[in-house]
Design a protein around this ligand. Sequence first.
Ligand code: SF4
Length: 254
Amino acid sequence: MNIYHMSYTPNFLGERMVKLSFSACNFRCIGCLRKKREGDIYADNVEYLEWNLENIIKKIREIKPQRIYLGGYEPTLDPDLIEIVNKLSKLDAHIVLLTNGSLLRRDYIHELLEAGLREIIVSVKAFDPKKHLYYTGRSNRPVLNAIKELCKVEDPYFRFQVETLLIPEINDPEDIERLAMFISKIDRSVKLFIEPWIPVVNEFREPSKEELIEAVARAMRHLYIVSYHPLYSEILEMRKSRRKAIFIDVLPKG
Ligand code: SF4
């Protein structure tokens, strides 16, 4: 089992959420946030647990989350992922896989769905092949192929979303529009989520609000549903409010 960290929030806009983080990744992103901070970047408190799958599931059962995220580094490298999804599916929560998509072949996607996965979010770090190679050390072709495969899934209970980063000079609003055009040729109703770069490593500046809105407007020319995350600097402002969500890191004891 590659799970090395868990975090949860007892109240995120009224919802209880758990995130499980898996170690190891086959990409080498220049701006990998995980390499900078392995825990939750918003966590205020820490709890400790005797670290094994049984105890992790017991803890999740106590939290009673509506949503469980399986995220990075890269969960699909874990040979036990299907078994983990299967066990989590008994907890009556919506299980979401966050992945770079590079290992999502057709059979594997169906095994995950049969195990109880309800949603996959594929992250496209950059649409331009050369910039993707520069940023991640890997080709984006398998990622784009995974998007095509996911569009073929016929399951009314399965949700699929593409997420892309807005990173100045790597994935600009023009690149995001090209990604939206690529997706629209397969299915215009696929949801696109735009995540502005979080400037906690120095390599790139934070995108401006104007660039974020331009990226959204360009993508909306081609897709029905486009949404976005606020800028990191905006989140920090919002978190000064007394109504902010509390995130808790759960780490191995000792
Ligand atoms: S795919 Fe995600 S976890 Fe892997 S190196 Fe890139 S940012 Fe880090």
